[in-house]
Every structure is written in structure tokens, then in C-alpha cells.
Design a protein around this ligand. Structure first.
Ligand code: HEC
Ligand code: HEC
Ligand code: HEC
Ligand code: HEC
Ligand code: HEC
Ligand code: HEC
Ligand code: HEC
Ligand code: HEC
Ligand code: HEC
Ligand code: HEC
Ligand code: HEC
Length: 504
């Protein structure tokens, strides 16, 4: 009962208001106001839509590019000038007059009802229906008194749901185009980094439209724009936003390491246009202090060839290696051995220099020698960031001076060398005078006789000395059948062949 009285009252008020308005003007001077629903839409369908299909939508036909309320120079009027050369633009005088009145005197009126002013559906107008509802402090009755329940509407007045899926209180009614404002788009819909965030990352997110402090203050008054930005825990402990400058600072996602001078925009401005490519916005590419810009060498998992791997990037920890475990075989090598294959770039073919003869040295299948140690050719780190490991650009260092005292390759006191240009080694103790080719595998690059002649060419050896005779002097190395002796030791089965000294 109370409800009905209210409704009648509101209806009366509206009617009175409109009647009052109409009485102010001289009925003779007041132009007839065509509306979209009664005349304009029909005219557009018949005369324009054939060539301009999008004009059938009120929002398109009244967009800034085509029509502005009150403006005689609106394109939809100027193109229809009698002098036009486009056949479709030669319309009857009445049509042109009707459209002219609609634009210049009727605020692009949407419906014919005297209840609402012309700009009812024009977001530019003060009479835009959403503004009227907001002005009523989002009253639950003002509109529904005539428009009825959400779905059905009442009489001529359609329910809000006719145009707003879920009704006027659905989040999408007001926030569907939030991604157009500031940097909402990249955060909500996902940008190049492929991450999407909830409103709650930066705002107190209301559970329902009517939640306190959403659009209304506790005292019932309107909460004026802009809304408060409340960066949550996920943005980092010191993250803060300055509304005056629209700048975020100390946000964990935007600062990979404080003081990285190569980072272009660690304090992003909310409304600044996005520039691509954008990898150097939050950290350098690479960050200051890095020695190499081949990110994939050390960060293969977060960084994929096509950019990034969303699940590992921006997870608030620096991921190293394929799995992030940081173990030696996480970046190169496999099965606990850090030696390629695979190489840093994932190559497994031994014809690739980064892979080469690693396996032949570490698992010597022809039983000519004991397995080589990484330390025979490289300085071996015990931790990733140890000096000499990843602190120089590619390629990897082979035979650095630092291993002279401990490496077998430096035997005989001469300096071994790996020549990148022809991929051969020279001066390597183990190979004696030979200069083997690093990537020739399985083609008899190394045979009995390729390092030292059999027999050697100096005394006490003599030409014709046979392999079955070597063992008479080099007893610990070779037996009288000409086979190397392998002896069980705590380190495994071992030979004294190629161990740094001539054995007898
Ligand atoms: C027979 C096809 C045809 C019909 C029907 C037609 N137009 Fe056009 N319209 C054109 C062509 C062609 C152009 C020129 C496009 C260009 O310059 O690239 C144009 C351009 C326009 C433009 C300027 C360009 C733009 O899209 O912003 C407006 C405004 C316009 N027409 C309005 C109308 C209106 C209003 C009607 C209906 C009263 C209408 N046209 C009917 C063919 C047509
Ligand atoms: C006094 C009754 C009444 C009240 C109150 C009222 N409206 Fe309406 N409204 C109508 C009528 C009648 C129509 C016209 C339907 C038609 O064109 O036939 C209409 C049309 C509309 C339309 C256009 C829909 C269409 O298809 O024509 C919108 C939007 C609208 N009203 C929004 C609102 C909002 C928002 C409020 C509250 C601020 C409100 N109305 C309050 C009666 C009312
Ligand atoms: C004839 C279709 C139509 C009807 C019916 C309609 N609206 Fe709308 N409404 C629109 C359009 C169009 C927009 C603008 C959307 C945009 O900006 O993209 C809009 C926007 C809104 C907005 C959002 C404004 C903003 O700030 O973004 C609110 C709130 C709203 N309408 C309330 C209502 C209410 C309440 C009713 C029912 C009384 C209603 N509408 C009925 C077409 C309609
Ligand atoms: C990454 C942080 C972030 C996220 C996520 C975010 N916002 Fe915002 N929002 C902001 C900032 C910053 C402003 C600007 C505040 C200012 O102007 O002081 C803003 C402004 C707004 C405004 C006012 C816009 C205007 O100018 O008209 C609304 C409404 C809003 N946000 C709603 C939302 C909704 C709804 C979501 C979720 C769909 C969301 N925001 C997600 C940071 C965010
Ligand atoms: C009728 C329009 C309308 C509807 C429906 C609506 N909002 Fe809002 N929302 C606003 C306005 C206006 C603001 C700006 C308020 C301010 O400046 O304090 C806002 C602000 C926000 C903000 C920014 C933080 C805040 O509270 O100020 C978030 C987040 C948000 N809305 C989420 C939602 C969600 C989620 C829903 C659905 C449950 C929703 N909104 C429904 C109009 C609406
Ligand atoms: C040679 C190995 C290596 C390469 C190549 C490499 N990084 Fe790093 N990166 C590291 C190490 C080691 C850390 C430090 C990890 C730690 O301190 O926990 C690191 C840390 C980072 C951090 C965290 C912030 C910082 O400055 O410490 C970022 C961001 C980063 N790298 C980005 C990159 C990008 C982008 C590239 C390619 C342009 C790249 N890195 C190439 C090894 C490398
Ligand atoms: C929005 C800021 C931002 C942008 C833009 C950005 N990064 Fe990052 N990046 C970070 C942060 C913060 C870290 C610190 C570690 C973490 O949170 O994952 C990081 C870490 C990294 C790392 C180190 C490994 C890791 O994930 O821990 C690499 C490599 C990297 N980013 C590459 C890229 C590439 C490639 C791009 C461009 C496609 C890019 N980043 C764009 C913020 C960003
Ligand atoms: C017989 C000498 C030798 C031994 C033993 C050796 N390497 Fe290498 N290593 C090389 C050569 C030669 C290269 C190729 C350098 C180049 O690309 O110029 C290389 C390259 C590498 C690379 C760089 C791969 C890339 O993709 O750039 C890594 C990592 C590596 N070795 C690790 C190891 C580890 C770990 C061990 C022990 C398990 C080991 N190596 C044992 C000679 C050796
Ligand atoms: C985050 C990735 C990563 C991890 C984890 C890693 N390395 Fe490396 N390693 C590299 C890169 C990159 C190179 C090539 C450096 C260069 O080009 O100088 C390399 C090269 C090497 C080399 C060749 C010599 C050199 O320094 O150039 C050896 C040996 C080596 N690593 C051993 C290890 C050992 C042992 C571990 C475990 C303690 C390990 N690596 C863990 C990235 C890694
Ligand atoms: C009569 C004893 C004797 C026999 C048999 C013998 N060696 Fe030797 N070998 C030596 C002596 C002694 C040296 C050390 C020479 C030196 O230090 O000047 C040596 C050194 C070597 C060296 C080191 C290279 C060099 O020129 O100093 C090689 C390699 C070698 N022998 C291989 C062989 C092979 C292969 C056979 C069998 C075909 C063989 N030896 C048979 C006594 C012998
Ligand atoms: C990869 C190079 C290489 C190949 C291939 C090679 N040797 Fe040797 N050999 C050496 C070196 C270096 C020494 C020097 C002594 C040492 O360090 O063991 C040596 C020493 C020897 C010695 C002296 C005893 C000793 O251990 O010092 C004998 C005997 C010998 N080799 C026999 C052979 C026979 C037989 C073959 C073929 C089945 C062969 N070698 C293939 C590099 C090689």
C-alpha cells in the first residue's frame, strides 16, 4: 500500500515537472520532436543502413563523429546537403528537416515519452538516464516505480534489463568499459605479460552494488570520484599510490630490484600511454650489473622465446634455470651432470660447439682413459654466482688460467688452448701433439696412435716394437695382450693411461 502511494507520488511529480516545462514554451514555437524510437530509427533503416549498417545502433548514430546535440554542422546533417554528389545522401526534404530538428532542437531524443528529456540515452547529456539515477542516490524506487521489476518493465517503460544484462545493479552495467580508463586494461584484461588481476589488487572490492563505501558513503551521500586506491598485500609491503600525480611506487611487480638503473619506469604513471616493446619498464634488459643479455641462458623458464611465461614471471621470486631449482643441470646438462647436452640453448647435437665432445670425455666408452673432470677444462663453480661462472658473456671459458694447478690438460707445463675459430684444441697434455676437432664425434677422430705414435719415435722405443710388448716396461698401464689395465678403486675402475705421468 505504502509502495503504491510512493509510486503514484513519484509519477505525479514527473508529470507535473514535464507539464510545467512544456508550459514555459510557446506551443506554436515548440518544434515537433521526433524521437529515435518513433521516426529516426525507421528513416535510418530505410535510407542509410543499406550503406552504413552500423548506423542502426543509436549509440553509433549519435557518436561524436556523426552527431552532437544542438550542432547544425553534425556530419549526418552536412552530408545530406542538396549539393551532395552521393546518391544515397539525396533524401526527401522532410527527412532532412526531421533529422535537423532531431539534432538541433531535440537533444537526439530517444523515446517519445514526455516523462524523460531528450538526452535520456546520450551519455554526453545532463539528462542521461544514469545521471538521473545517480542523482537520486541510486534510489531503489525512483525508476522502478515506472519501470517495474528488472525483467518485465511496466507498461511502456521497459525494465532496465532490456538493455543491461543482469539489471542496473550488475557490475557490468557500470564497469563494463573500465578497461578503457587509465591502465585498467592491461591489469584486468591482460597485456603482453599475460597476467590478469582482480579489482581487489588495488581497491576494496564491493561484494554487491549496495556494499557500504562503494558508491554511497555511510551517511547515504554520493561517494565522489575518484575511488580510493588501496593496494593490497599482493602489490608488496611498501607499495603506495599517489593520487595527485597518479603514480605508483615500490610496487613489487614494477620494481624487480630497487636501484636497477636500467629500469625505464619503475614508478609507473597510471594514465601514461603504454609503449611496446615494454620489457625494460620494470627492470633493465638486462638489469644493471648483468653481464649477459641472453636471458634464456639463465632464466629459461620465465622467459620463453615468445616473451614470457606468465606463471613464473612476476611471481615475486627470481627464477633461475628450467625448473627454478637452481641446480647445475637446471640450466645446462642433464642427470646431475651440468655438462651439455643439452646446451644452454637446449641443443643436443654434438656437432653444435656448445655440446661437442663433452660426453666422449665424461663417459669415455672406448676405455682409453678415465672420465675427464669438468675441472680439466673449466673453472667449476660450487654456486651459480661464484666469480668466473656467469660473469662473462658467451661462449663458456675453456682452460682458464685459474685451473692450471689442478687440470690434467695443463700437464707438461705448456698452455692448452681451445680455438673457437676452427674448434680444435692444441697444447693439451692429454692429446700430446695432436690437435683434435671438438665436434667430430664417432668418426675415429681419436684412435690408438693419434696422440702419440705406436711405438713412440724415441728411445728406448724402436720401430717394430709391438703393442703386446709395451707391457714389459709400462706394466701398470698395459698388459701383455696389449689391453689397458683397469683396476677397481674407490673412484671406480681406473687406468693409469693419461694420468699426468708416464707409468711403468
Ligand atoms: C548508397 C549508399 C549510401 C547511402 C544509402 C548513404 N550513404 Fe552516407 N556515405 C556513402 C558514401 C559512399 C560515403 C563516402 C564515404 C567516404 O567518403 O569514404 C558516405 C559518407 C557518409 C558520411 C561521412 C562519413 C562517415 O561515415 O563518417 C556520413 C555522416 C553519412 N554518409 C551519412 C549518411 C546518412 C545519414 C545516410 C542516410 C540518410 C547515408 N549516409 C546514406 C554512401 C551512402
Ligand atoms: C513516471 C514514470 C517514469 C519514471 C519515474 C522513470 N521512467 Fe524511464 N521511462 C518511462 C517511460 C514511459 C518511458 C518510455 C518508453 C517509450 O518510449 O515508450 C521511459 C523510458 C526510459 C528509458 C528508455 C528506454 C526505452 O526503451 O524507451 C530509459 C533508459 C529510462 N526510461 C530510464 C529511467 C531511469 C534511469 C529512471 C530513474 C532515474 C526512470 N527512467 C524513471 C517512464 C518513467
Ligand atoms: C534502451 C536501453 C537502455 C535501457 C532500457 C536502460 N539503459 Fe541504462 N544505459 C544504456 C546505455 C546505452 C548506456 C551507456 C553505456 C555505455 O556508456 O557504454 C547505459 C548506461 C547505464 C548506466 C551506467 C552509466 C555509467 O556511468 O557508465 C547505468 C547506471 C544505467 N544505464 C542505469 C539504468 C537504469 C537504472 C535503467 C532502468 C531504469 C536503465 N539504465 C535502462 C541503455 C539503457
Ligand atoms: C592495478 C590496480 C587497479 C586495478 C586492478 C583496478 N583498478 Fe580501478 N583504479 C586504479 C587507479 C590507480 C585508479 C585511478 C584513481 C585516481 O584517479 O586517483 C582507478 C580508478 C577506478 C575507477 C574510477 C575511474 C574513472 O576515472 O572514472 C573505477 C570506477 C575503478 N577504478 C573501478 C575498478 C574496477 C571495477 C576494477 C576491477 C574490474 C578495478 N578498478 C581494478 C587502479 C586499479
Ligand atoms: C550503478 C553503477 C555501479 C554498479 C552497478 C557497480 N558499481 Fe562499482 N563503482 C561505481 C562508481 C560510481 C564507483 C566510483 C566510486 C567512488 O569514486 O568512490 C565505483 C567504484 C568501484 C570500485 C573502486 C573501489 C570503490 O569501491 O570505490 C570497484 C572495485 C567497484 N566499483 C566494483 C564493483 C563491483 C564488483 C560491482 C558489482 C558487484 C560494482 N562495482 C557495481 C558504480 C557502480
Ligand atoms: C648469465 C646468467 C644470466 C643471464 C644471461 C641473465 N640473468 Fe638475470 N639474473 C641472473 C642471476 C644470477 C640473478 C640474481 C639472482 C639472485 O640474486 O637471486 C638474476 C636476476 C635477475 C633479475 C632480478 C632483479 C635483479 O636485478 O637482480 C631480473 C629482473 C633479471 N635477472 C632479468 C634478466 C633479463 C631481462 C635478462 C635478459 C635480458 C637476464 N636477466 C639475463 C642471471 C642471469
Ligand atoms: C610490469 C613490470 C615488468 C615488465 C613489463 C616485465 N617484467 Fe620481467 N620481471 C619483473 C619483476 C618484478 C621481476 C622479478 C622477479 C619476479 O617477480 O618474477 C621480473 C623478472 C624477470 C626475469 C628474471 C627471471 C624471473 O622471472 O624471476 C626475466 C628474465 C624477465 N623478468 C624478463 C622479462 C621480459 C622478457 C619482459 C618483456 C616481455 C619483461 N620481463 C617485462 C617485472 C616486469
Ligand atoms: C674436454 C674439455 C671439457 C670438459 C671435460 C668439459 N667441458 Fe664443458 N665445454 C668444453 C668446450 C670446448 C666447450 C665449448 C665452448 C664454446 O662454446 O666455445 C664447453 C662448453 C660448456 C658449457 C657451455 C654450454 C653452452 O651452451 O654455451 C657448459 C655449461 C659446460 N661446458 C659445462 C661443463 C661441465 C659442467 C662439465 C663437467 C660435467 C664440462 N663442461 C666438462 C670443454 C669441456
Ligand atoms: C642459472 C643458470 C645456471 C646454473 C644454475 C648453473 N650454470 Fe653453469 N653456466 C651458466 C651459463 C649461462 C654459462 C656460460 C657462461 C659463459 O658463457 O661464460 C655456464 C657455464 C658453466 C661452465 C663452463 C665454464 C664457464 O664458467 O664458462 C661450467 C663448468 C658450469 N657452468 C658449471 C656449473 C655448475 C657446476 C653449476 C652448479 C653449481 C652451474 N654451472 C649452475 C648458467 C648456469
Ligand atoms: C723398454 C721399455 C719400454 C717399452 C717396451 C716401451 N716403452 Fe714407452 N717408455 C719407456 C720409457 C723409459 C719412457 C720414458 C722416456 C722419457 O721420459 O724420456 C717411455 C715413454 C713412453 C711414452 C711417453 C712419450 C714419450 O715420448 O716420452 C709413451 C706414449 C710410451 N712410452 C708408449 C709406449 C708404447 C705404446 C709402447 C709399446 C708399443 C712402449 N711405450 C713400450 C720405456 C718403454
Ligand atoms: C687421447 C690421446 C691418446 C691416445 C688416443 C692414446 N694415448 Fe697412450 N698416452 C697418452 C698420453 C698423454 C700418455 C702420457 C702418459 C700418461 O699421462 O699416462 C700416454 C702414454 C701411453 C703409454 C705409456 C704408459 C703410461 O700410461 O704412461 C702407453 C703404453 C700408451 N700410452 C699406450 C697407448 C695405446 C696402446 C693406445 C691405443 C690403444 C694409446 N696409448 C692411445 C695419450 C694417448
Amino acid at each position: 500500500m505504502r509502495d503504491t502511494t510512493d509510486r503514484v507520488l513519484v509519477g505525479l511529480l514527473f508529470l507535473l515537472a514535464s507539464v510545467a516545462c512544456e508550459e514555459e514554451r510557446d506551443p506554436e514555437l515548440r518544434p515537433h520532436c521526433p524521437s529515435w524510437k518513433t521516426e529516426v530509427q525507421d528513416a535510418v533503416e530505410t535510407r542509410c543502413a543499406g550503406c552504413h549498417p552500423s548506423f542502426s545502433r543509436y549509440a553509433t548514430f549519435t557518436s561524436d563523429a556523426l552527431a552532437r546535440p544542438g550542432a547544425l554542422d553534425s556530419p549526418i546533417l552536412t552530408v545530406l546537403a542538396p549539393t551532395t554528389t552521393i546518391a544515397g545522401h539525396r533524401v526527401p526534404v522532410e527527412t532532412r528537416a526531421m533529422l535537423t530538428a532531431w539534432v538541433t532542437s531535440c537533444d537526439l531524443r530517444y523515446s517519445d515519452t514526455p516523462v524523460h528529456a531528450g538526452g535520456l540515452l546520450d551519455p554526453r547529456s545532463d539528462d542521461f538516464h544514469a545521471k538521473a539515477w545517480r542523482a537520486s542516490q541510486y534510489s531503489t524506487t525512483t525508476c522502478r516505480d515506472c519501470h517495474g521489476s528488472l525483467s518485465s518493465g511496466r507498461g511502456d517503460a521497459p525494465g532496465c534489463e532490456t538493455c543491461h544484462a543482469g539489471g542496473e545493479e550488475a557490475c557490468s552495467t557500470c564497469h563494463a568499459r573500465i578497461y578503457e580508463k587509465g591502465a585498467h586494461g592491461v591489469h584486468i584484461s591482460g597485456g603482453a605479460l599475460g597476467l590478469r588481476y582482480e579489482c581487489a589488487l588495488c581497491h576494496a572490492e564491493p561484494e554487491t552494488f549496495r556494499a557500504p563505501n562503494h558508491t554511497l558513503l555511510p551517511n547515504g551521500e554520493l561517494d565522489e570520484l575518484p575511488p580510493e586506491v588501496m593496494l593490497g598485500e599482493a602489490a608488496g609491503p611498501n607499495a603506495h599510490y599517489d593520487p595527485a600525480s597518479g603514480t605508483c611506487a615500490e610496487v613489487a611487480c614494477h620494481v624487480a630490484r630497487p636501484g636497477d638503473t636500467a629500469a625505464a619506469r619503475p614508478e609507473p604513471v597510471w594514465t601514461a600511454p603504454l609503449s611496446e616493446p615494454a620489457c625494460d619498464r620494470c627492470h633493465g634488459e638486462p638489469p644493471a650489473g648483468h653481464v649477459s643479455d641472453r636471458c634464456l641462458d639463465c632464466h629459461p623458464s620465465p622467459v620463453q622465446p615468445d616473451g614470457t611465461n606468465a606463471s613464473r614471471h612476476l611471481n615475486r621470486q627470481v627464477d633461475l634455470g628450467r625448473s627454478g631449482s637452481g641446480t647445475c643441470d637446471d640450466c645446462h646438462g642433464s642427470g646431475a651432470s651440468g655438462a651439455p647436452p643439452p646446451s644452454l640453448s637446449g641443443a643436443t647435437d654434438p656437432r653444435v660447439p656448445e655440446v661437442g665432445a663433452h660426453r666422449a670425455h665424461l663417459e669415455p666408452s672406448r676405455r682409453l682413459a678415465n672420465p675427464a673432470a669438468c675441472g680439466d677444462c673449466h673453472l667449476v663453480p660450487t654456486e651459480i654466482s661464484q666469480p668466473g661462472h656467469v660473469d662473462t658473456p658467451a661462449p663458456a671459458e675453456v682452460f682458464p688460467e685459474a685451473i692450471r694447478a689442478t687440470s690434467l690438460a695443463f700437464g707438461r707445463g705448456i698452455t692448452p688452448e681451445f680455438r673457437r675459430e676452427d674448434l680444435r684444441c692444441s697444447g693439451v697434455y692429454c692429446h700430446w701433439a695432436a690437435e683434435p676437432h671438438w665436434t667430430t664425434i664417432g668418426l675415429n677422430e681419436i684412435t690408438c696412435g693419434s696422440c702419440h705414435p705406436i711405438p713412440p719415435d724415441r728411445a728406448p722405443h724402436y720401430p717394430g716394437l709391438r703393442i703386446t710388448e709395451c707391457g714389459t716396461c709400462h706394466t701398470s698401464t698395459i698388459d701383455l695382450l696389449g689391453n689397458f689395465r683397469f683396476v677397481d678403486t674407490p673412484e671406480g675402475r681406473r687406468t693409469t693411461h693419461i694420468n699426468g705421468r708416464v707409468d711403468f
